[in-house]
Design a protein around this ligand. Structure first.
Ligand code: SF4
Ligand code: SF4
Length: 206
């Protein structure tokens, strides 16, 4: 991975950092880069350069694009280990959630775009039934992912994806690990209510 020098603009950086701080409810300026958060993050091995401390630094430096498309922004599993370890109580898990919402509003996609398709399909399936049904969720994910590939005229990737998912589906069926039926929780309205206060950006449509 290569990085370009950040064209630092103090005014713009402050505006972006304030937006993220407000959206996440976290005091980013309290971070003194001790890296205790990075040492405990379970996904840090899969996010390359972007550990929690570096993501915060990227926001503070005003590198909006890098922060919004970073692997940690999209791969964070909201375990809150970082915040538990942080001497200043900074919850990077809330910062990544805020960055996801901001990136959806700005239509900035992660470095690996299919992660956005996966995220959108998961949230959509969960809001619909209050739980995840594998077949419905995977269908939603593939529809989004394939549409993106089609728009890029990436036909080899479409063929590859079709074969690999068919193989995976068959293998799961054989092992009785794929549930075909659709189930929902008793009070799905209550689940949807959990989302009503959050800004699952109405501006974002895949
Ligand atoms: S543990 Fe807290 S203060 Fe230390 S680098 Fe991480 S966020 Fe910053
Ligand atoms: S909440 Fe996210 S950033 Fe923090 S430790 Fe967990 S996975 Fe890492």
């Amino acid at each position: 991975m290569t990085f370009e020098a950040v064209d630092f603009n103090p005014g713009e950086a402050r505006t972006f950092a304030d937006e993220v701080a407000t959206a996440s409810g976290q005091n980013l300026s309290a971070c003194y880069q001790c890296r205790k958060c990075a040492a405990g993050c379970p996904v840090a091995e899969a996010t390359g350069f972007f550990t929690p401390d570096r993501l915060i630094r990227t926001v503070v430096m005003g590198d909006e694009k890098a922060a919004q498309e970073s692997p940690l922004t999209w791969k964070c599993v909201s375990c809150y280990t970082c915040g538990t370890r942080c001497p200043n109580g900074i919850q990077t898990g809330k910062i990544t959630e805020a960055l996801k919402r901001i990136s959806k509003k700005n239509r900035v996609y992660p470095q690996v775009p299919k992660i956005a398709s996966f995220h959108a399909a998961f949230v959509s399936a969960f809001k619909r039934r209050g739980r995840i049904n594998e077949t419905e969720f995977m269908a939603g994910y593939e529809m989004r992912h394939m549409t993106r590939l089609l728009m890029d005229f990436n036909f080899p990737a479409i063929i590859g994806e079709s074969f690999s998912q068919a193989r995976l589906g068959l293998s799961m069926l054989k092992q009785k690990r794929l549930h075909i039926g659709l189930t929902r929780v008793k009070d799905v309205k209550e689940v949807r209510g959990l989302f009503s206060g959050a800004d699952e950006s109405e501006n974002y449509k895949e």
